[in-house]
Design a protein around this ligand. Sequence first.
Ligand code: 6PG
Length: 471
Amino acid sequence: EKYNYGVVGLGVMGRNLLYNIADNGFSVAGFDLDEEKVIELKNGVAEGTKVIGSVSLEEFVIGLDIPRKIILMVPAGKPVDAVLESITPFLTPKDVVIDAGNSYFKDTERRIADLTSKNLHFMGMGVSGGEQGARRGPSIMPGGDLEAFNLVKPMLEVISAKINGEPCTAYMGKGAAGNYVKMVHNGIEYAIMQLISEAYDLLRKGANLNNGQLYEVFKKWNKGEMNSFLIEITRDIFKQKDDLTDGFLVDQILDKAGAKGTGKWTSEQAMEIGVSIPTIDIAVTSRILSAYKEERVQASQLYTKDEVGTTENTELFIKEVGDALYLATLISYAQGLALLVKASEEYQFETPLKDVVKIWRGGCIIRSVLLEKFYSAYTENPNLTNILLNKEISEIVKSKIKPLRNTASFAVSNGIPSLGIQTALGYFDAYTTESLPVNLLQAQRDYFGAHTYQRVDREGVFHAFWNNGNN
Ligand code: 6PG
């Protein structure tokens, strides 16, 4: 008897996704070159589920139902190409290969073209939710060939997270749309993480909160409108004791960030297709800056800072930092979603934004109750270019803008680094300004380079004779 699905790559994520599929009544075969991982897979099989593991690629492929449905859970980049190269000789026309890693969307486009020429289907599919998500219900962002998508859709719907009984998976569009949406998800993830870290810094420096108090603040935040996965895990981080000392673990962790590239790709993409996403950009560059630990230590000695003035009204301060974090987070989502709108046109993805926010409500790292409001906004107008233009969202924004300004001012006047908060506010101010001083910039461009300008009062393109020709 043949197996319904195949999973290639049995690391923690691969294994967990495989078990999740098996829990839902499908038989699943797993493959990994590493025999240890195959043994580990077999040891963890739940009773009543049908799972097999193999170290032979040929045996694995032959054991699958036709058309085969094979999910790749291997690291992005060369490993995906290596698997494709070794597996395609065993495949037969119409088989479907699904790459569920954080692959770069242009790699996916290339692979689609390559496999299509061999009469095979290739799909890029974003999966978010970490190890637990993969096991219990992730948010799944598939895209590409509709025929292939329809073959796997029922399975994706049962294994994904659910919100109000609705699956957190939907078709994200043509081509490499699945990977693109996941990439933007990660860009937003970077921004929110940056903002939460800044809020933490403000609370510990500006209000002298200790970890126990921070735990309480995040606990409270997570109960209301700020409820989200990232706020929830942050709450729990503050109560984690350290095994090696008698303090808290968070205080022993070196302040140097790592990154695997998806945030950087999001920024590069935004620059490439001309979308302004400064809070995501700043989150990427802040991780880079954090890595200059030694230089920062040197510079901090050269430029000693005045003692941070602590707030006089702790309760109000905490409330305002919370509102600032909420609004800056909203603005970060707005930037990421605006990038998706433009990318959908640029690459003809036809990504349904309404479904993007719908399936991000559960299972993924950036899930939050705020997404419910975005879902209503896109339900009302599926073609919304920027979430900030929605009436209901604008009411939220207006109610939090003062706290965001106050928090940003506090950070600036006390020298507390707050690139994310400042940038979210700066984006908002620029986006909501009718007349920017760019008239002057255009004049400069025309002055030194005859780059021309447009006028406010008439159509056409103009060039002026600046400074009587002495330029
Ligand atoms: C998810 C995460 C996941 C992974 C990121 C982290 O949605 O489950 O985004 O994909 O944790 O790749 O990326 P960095 O290592 O770049 O922070």
